[in-house]
Design a protein around this ligand. Sequence first.
Ligand code: 4AD
Ligand code: MG
Length: 480
Amino acid sequence: MQSTPIKKVLSNEPLSQEVIVNGWVKSFRNDRFIQINDGSTLQNLQCVIEADGLGPNVLKQITVGAALKITGTLVESQGHGQRVEVQVRDIFVHGLADSEEVKLTVLSPKRHSLEFLRSQAHLRVRTNTFGAVMRVRSALSFAIHDYFNKNGFYYFHAPIITGSDAEGAGEMFRITTLDPKQPPLTENGEVDYKQDFFGKETNLTVSGQLEAEAYAMGLGKVYTFGPTFRAENSNTSRHLAEFWMIEPEMAFYDLADNMDLAEDFIKSVLSYVLEHCREDLEFLQKRLLDEEKTKPQAERSDMALIDKLRFVVDNSFKRVTYTEAIDILRNSKPNKKKKFKYPINEWGADLQSEHERYLVEKHFKCPVILFDYPAKIKAFYMRLNEDGKTVRAMDILFPGIGEIVGGSQREERLDVLRQKMDALEIPEEELWWYLDLRKFGTAVHSGFGLGFERLVLFATGMGNIRDVIPFPRTPQNAEF
Ligand code: 4AD
Ligand code: MG
């Protein structure tokens, strides 16, 4: 007989039938009551050993962290705290867990700090918090594919190794097979990348956008959902060196269509988790409330997690131009009282996260889409507006997160794009194929990138991006 996931046992409650479950021991008390969890749900299953049902040899192998297979009968529970429980008939021990050693790990049943949990990222998924976060993460991924599939998009796989810098920010990880101690040199004494594996300089991709544009100009609507890499030395709770990005790209979409899609998409995937991850969200909501109790009133959120998600799903995002935003910021209290680390004095200033958070959390109190940014502070591929100084860019800003989406209408005019690349000294040889897209049937097109971990942060109410990805990669850290 096959084992049954605990989630299924608890939802079907096949009373008085025999069940077999596999899982890890969460607690064991009075030599009788085992709480077992298999990851299928937040809930543990209580399994009760009848007095002298199993020998002392088996009993001493049942310790927190051990992996067991339990066979027994599902009955109505005699005790409080659960409706059903298993009367144990037989236990097979898959794997032991030494009690003394378990005490030193995150498996020991007590509260652990998130920092300590990070140091044992291989075991933390067995805790309630990380089980819940990772189930929500998985549900969100599914909802994302489901959304695009239902809306006529094709899933497109962008290359991970590229020869171009899509964002033009130069924050890339180099890929090479050359010997770092003795690389071949050119006549001028520079490293000769012609002799490298690909015969040129290559790096891990920072974004699949440029390749997605090529595919949108043939398949119409495409999206990527894959890992991207940034060698920016940002040690913040919002940055990872390796993160997952969702990048839809649509032919014949202008900036307004792009904003409509992004808003509808985010609302749809958040609705999905509200509907399908109720139990985990309730647990995470309580975790957040407990955590916030230790903080000063001013730092606590005014809405509980589930209300916050509902609020985003039910209300329109506020759309504001960069120019309007600068006016609001310039006249804001913190700016006048010199409370911003980077004061806003003039049009053209890049917005820092303190400004984004002021707009979203204090001024508008809802998600905000900022658009029509100064060309100078945005990437080369964004479409120039008729004013000659702003581009059709949009960023979506979320409460507690800051920027969650960055996107734009792309420059589809060959001559304008060439001028832009020229001005920024981006060599045409590198992006000849990107220019080709403007030569052969160019068209208005747009797209955006959503940082997946920032979305998971928002959906779970966690505070640090390192706690919503299984094995985080950050400056000075690539353990596991
Ligand atoms: O704003 P970004 O840099 O935009 C692009 O890469 C465009 N090529 C996207 C497109 O138009 N197809 O990044 C997009 C999003 C950000 O809004 C943020 O959510 C996330 O990616 N992001 C990061 N997330 C975690 N760690 C980092 N270091 C991130 N950098 C960007
Ligand atoms: Mg951005």
